[in-house]
Design a protein around this ligand. Structure first.
Ligand SMILES: Cc1cc2nc3c(=O)[nH]c(=O)nc-3n(C[C@H](O)[C@H](O)[C@H](O)COP(=O)(O)OP(=O)(O)OC[C@H]3O[C@@H](n4cnc5c(N)ncnc54)[C@H](O)[C@@H]3O)c2cc1C
Length: 325
């Protein structure tokens, strides 16, 4: 069986649920899945990972204990573990952390790297990824001795496949001094992480001000969504850049994407066109987004969004909503 490595991401002490899509992408009858964890949490997440079909959990630490976040030390530790275990293929998320680690690992190993894959065949080593702002989808064949792939968050559905798992401690050398992380500052965005969200509600120029985003946050709170934005809203400094969706912002793939006061430029679509269901709220019945969405509400967002918030609260009930958040 071919061994496949999976780089697991933890956020605020929890397994990011988008990890399970990466595991689903890697799973196959002829693959043995090795999950790499670098913060000493291998034993804690053993049952979760086993439930999705991971057979081996590699708990990587240094001689000094769990590894503090440092992209160089982490990359070197992962490479050592891959070499030790005879693993030539590594999958991770195309996330902020994945973008720090996967290209470094590929460079050290002189391995082909493809980020933001939306489909993958690990037998043929072919992947699909969108290009030119989502206008075309390229099928790319990787050739090499090792292979590194970044998977688009939420591009693959999580699929349980319970199995027995084993935690294998792996100790690497002392941390690298080539790069020192002096401080980690929390981003300005609040609530659910965009790339992790099942539902995203985004606002554009139609929001008109920073204060007005409050109605989107209220709606998001009720439906358990993350809040995103178009570049216009970010450039106007109504919301932080971390909320921008699109070609020069985040690429997201939620189950539902609700665009409020967003016209549907090609650059915005580049970041959200693989969403499961796209709903648009716009006063203009001719807006470009009408051509590319599943449902279109011709309405003033300042009327419809508070109504939706109120009605969902009434239907579901305050108690239940608190329980779902
Ligand atoms: C190189 C490059 C990269 C870019 N990257 C990105 C990117 O990553 N992400 C991104 O989003 N853009 C990006 N852009 C900008 C992009 O071209 C558009 O300018 C931008 O997406 C438009 O944002 P918008 O839809 O919010 O604004 P507009 O295009 O101005 O649309 C506003 C919409 O709001 C509607 N509206 C107004 N009032 C209301 C109301 N009360 N209720 C309901 N609807 C209302 C209007 O009818 C209109 O359709 C990029 C551009 C370039 C050149």
């Amino acid at each position: 069986m071919e061994k496949i490595g999976i780089l697991i991401e933890i956020k605020d002490g929890e397994l990011k649920k988008t990890n399970f899509g990466v595991i689903a992408a890697a799973r196959d009858d002829c693959h043995e899945l090795y999950a790499f964890l670098l913060d000493g949490s291998g034993a804690e997440f053993k049952s979760h990972l086993a439930y999705y079909g991971v057979q081996k959990i590699i708990d990587i630490s240094s001689t000094e204990g769990p590894l503090e976040w440092n992209p160089v030390s982490w990359s070197i530790a992962i490479i050592h573990a891959m070499e030790h275990l005879g693993i030539n293929t590594l999958l991770g998320l195309t996330s902020s952390q994945g973008k720090e680690l996967l290209p470094r690992i590929a460079a050290y190993l002189d391995a082909p790297l493809v980020m933001d894959c939306t489909d993958i065949n690990l037998t043929e080593h072919t992947v699909n990824k969108s290009q030119f702002s989502g206008k075309t989808i390229a099928t790319i064949k990787a050739n090499g001795l090792s292979y590194i792939y970044g998977i688009r968050p939420n591009a693959f559905e999580e699929k349980p496949a319970p199995c027995e798992a084993e935690v294998i401690p792996y100790q690497t050398g002392p941390e690298s001094e080539g790069l020192i992380v002096k401080e980690i500052k929390q981003g300005a965005s609040k609530g659910i992480d965009l790339s992790e969200a099942d539902i995203i509600i985004s606002g554009g120029r139609g929001m008109k001000s920073s204060e007005n985003f409050r109605i989107l946050f209220e709606f998001a709170d009720v439906i358990g969504a993350a809040v995103g934005a178009s570049r216009v809203a970010v450039d106007a400094e109504w919301v932080p850049y971390s909320m921008q969706v699109g070609q020069t912002g985040a690429t997201v793939s939620p189950k539902v994407y609700i665009a409020c006061g967003i016209s549907g430029s090609v650059q915005h679509f580049a970041g959200m066109k693989t969403s499961g269901l796209i709903v648009a709220v716009n006063t203009d019945p001719e807006a470009n987004i009408t051509k590319n969405c599943d449902y279109y509400i011709v309405s003033d967002l300042f009327e419809i969004v508070p109504i939706l918030t109120r009605q969902i609260k009434e239907i579901v009930g305050e108690d239940q909503l608190t329980g779902t958040k």
